[in-house]
Design a binder for this molecule. Structure first.
Ligand code: UT7
Length: 335
């Protein structure tokens, strides 16, 4: 017997500290006008200096809300999948920290390393474990602590203005209703372009002593992005993987009740919206408030949309993402 998986609870957490575009002009040569025009971002949340908050702690807060809303207890959860590009440690991953922080049973915990596509990948991994009958309830988390690792000088402005901190989580649960839940997931990658959006160090090749020795000039431990190249690939791959989901499920663009694109750049979301001729009420964006929170963006947006009554029983919900790797993917579900 094959089961289906559906989201039974969702939650998100963002730091209180709001950083406006004007705040950024005090750190680097940029402007509110440039940032809004090129990205749609008005402000983002950054963990303040000196705080103990991390990707794991934010993930734990979002997870607690998701579990509570699912009506389950932490002891009902069978497995953890944690997506992040900004883990607390190089190893072990954040998944095991959640197991500890939430005082869960010694269940399995897996970290997914797929950057902006992290949540879509994580959700599809969890979906497979549920479909085969191995697990009943899986905690899926996306969380990012970008702000401590960004180059906040003019040198890094092409990257640092777009990223924000935050976490989202959901509980994915078994259902025997074959018409509900995740209907398909489609995943892709193209490692040829790994160096187009990358944090090259620390790595086994460029280890910490080397970084410290070269601190002043070595920019390889800051995120590097060939923004224009990434943008061009994003619009193509987003379109392809959305088409793949629609075709596989014989769903037309006008049938989509809610489309949540990874919040990379408002211009990318708007391009996709126009391409598929989606009405404003079919698309949910919140990059204006939170910036690009990478693996957390889709689940933060989905939770927010759900909290404001935009997701109803029976709705067709489409998630799609593209990012570093390159990796991209889509998940189509019926709520
Ligand atoms: O999250 C997953 C994957 N990521 C994405 O999908 C992001 C994709 N890329 C983008 O969103 C855009 O490429 C950016 C928002 C990152 C950059 O926008 P752009 O329109 O591609 O700008 P650009 O990099 O071509 O830069 C245009 C100009 C340059 O000046 P010159 O050479 O024309 O004089 C930059 O130096 O804008 C300058 N610039 C800035 N100016 C003020 C770059 N960053 C800034 C800044 N403030 N923050």
């Amino acid at each position: 017997m094959m089961y289906n998986s559906r989201i039974t609870g969702m939650g998100f957490f963002v730091p209180d500290n709001v950083v406006t575009n004007d705040n950024l002009t005090k750190m680097m040569d940029t402007s509110d006008e440039w940032i809004q025009e090129r990205t749609g971002i008005k402000e983002r949340r950054w963990i303040p200096e000196g705080s103990d908050e991390t990707s794991a702690t934010m993930g734990a807060k979002a997870a607690k809300i998701a579990i509570e809303r699912s009506g389950l207890s932490k002891d009902d959860i069978d497995f953890i999948v944690f997506a992040t590009l900004s883990p607390d440690y190089y190893f072990p991953g954040c998944g095991v920290q959640i197991q500890e922080m939430l005082e869960m049973n010694t269940i399995g915990a897996l970290d997914v390393r797929n950057q902006c596509s992290g949540f879509v990948y994580a959700l599809s991994v969890a979906d497979q474990f549920i479909k085969t009958g191995m697990y009943k309830h899986i905690l899926v988390i996306g969380s990012e602590y970008h702000s401590n690792g960004l180059d906040k000088t003019t040198r890094g402005r092409g990257v640092s203005v777009i990223f924000g901190d935050g976490a989202g989580a959901c509980v994915l649960s078994r259902t025997e209703d074959s018409k509900k839940g995740i209907l398909s997931s489609h995943l892709h990658s193209e490692g040829k372009y790994a160096d187009k959006l990358i944090v090259a160090s620390p790595s086994i090749k460029h280890w910490v002593p080397e970084i410290i020795a070269n601190e002043k000039e070595d920019v390889s431990y800051f995120p590097y992005m060939d923004g224009t190249f990434v943008f061009k690939n994003a619009v193509v791959r987003f379109s392809e993987v959305i088409m793949e989901a629609l075709t596989a499920n014989q769903v037309r663009p006008e049938d989509i009740d809610l489309f949540i694109p990874h919040q990379a750049n408002l211009r990318i979301s708007q391009f996709i919206q126009q391409k598929f001729k989606l009405r404003d009420d079919q698309v949910y964006n919140n990059i204006m408030k939170y910036g690009n929170t990478t693996a957390a963006s889709i689940i933060i947006a989905l939770t927010e949309a759900w909290e404001s009554g935009k997701v109803k029983e029976g709705d067709i919900v489409l998630l799609a993402a593209f990012g570093s790797g390159f990796t991209w993917g889509s998940v189509l579900m019926r709520w």
